[in-house]
Write a protein that binds this ligand. Sequence first.
Ligand SMILES: *Cc1c(COP(=O)(O)O)cnc(C)c1O
Length: 377
Amino acid sequence: MDFIPVNEPLLDGNEKRYLCECIDTGWISSEGPFVKQFEEKMSISVGRRYGVAVSNGTAALEVAMQAIGVGEGDEVIMPTFTIISCAMAVTKLGAKPVFVDSDINTWNMNVEEIEGKITERTKAILVVHLYGLPTQMDKILALAGKYQLKVVEDAAEMHGQTYRGKPCGSFGDISTFSFYPNKHITTGEGGMVVTDSGELAERCRMLRNLCFRKDVRYVHDEISDNYRFTNLQAAVGLAQLERLDEFVAKKREMGKYYTEHLSDLKGIKLPVARTDYADNIYWVYGIVLDEKIDISNREICRLLAAEGIGSRTFFWCMHEQPVYQKQELFEGERYKTAEYLARKGFYIPSGLAITREQMETVVGKVRKVMKAILDVC
Ligand SMILES: *Cc1c(COP(=O)(O)O)cnc(C)c1O
């Protein structure tokens, strides 16, 4: 039986040609010319002035948080339903994530809860756009203005998406991207920080590269990591970026197909196709089981795997992470909607290389597994 993986990237453009150019010229490190080109093209594509490429999306968040000056004792408001990179970028600096529950329809953070979480220690709001629909930015930008807070935008899942017609990755003080193979464009591993501030961009370049002092090499006034991005990665990135519009259209077609062929199924909720501020770009195609269905997302993933279908559970909430519980952080905190999504949400094969035939198979197997579940429930 052919197994349909949860993600397969599409690399049939100029990737090979640009990679060969790296090999032929000997430019493979972060000093190669593609890196700057990719930074420029990425920043232009989201309407930012500067781009600083880094080794992955997690590093981009760390660099962004450090660049805006998050430090010991500061608080950063963010959704609890997200990837650990978000919380880690804050806890690593001795600062505290302050969580907000999720919106049941969009799966993004519930912006109505943010104001109540602001204290004198609040330094920033970390917006994380999830699964293909952006977070409602108007309210967040208004709060940031009112309380003088920084805004960091994690746009890892938002390549090519817009919010009220303005590109995701262009909001707030600084935005981050990931180029992991399940994002709309990939470089294998990779990430980028984009900003309109020359000062922040310069700071990010320092932080990306061990904080070498400008005047004298191998002398350091402070510590940071090596988060450099290679010419090889940039070669792939340039080729991918050329096809971003096509990729976004393909993902939307995928979303439309799955929704058309699954929407009559009982016991599940499908992604919202559009809101008044954006059309879904389906980073991945998520499905959420109804609360009354007494089965976990992990079990569904096992059942699908037995049918030859790759799938993944949704994120696990930050306030429920064992690593933070060991540190006695977030004790007694509850976020009902986020906890529900983490237990009942999963996603089905949604990579850019997916074929119509594979989607037909996926639909058939999802229907089979759901029927079997509904029969016993
Ligand atoms: C993928 C992702 C990241 C992390 O990116 P990596 O490149 O895997 O480190 C961060 N935030 C969000 C929302 C993501 O989807």
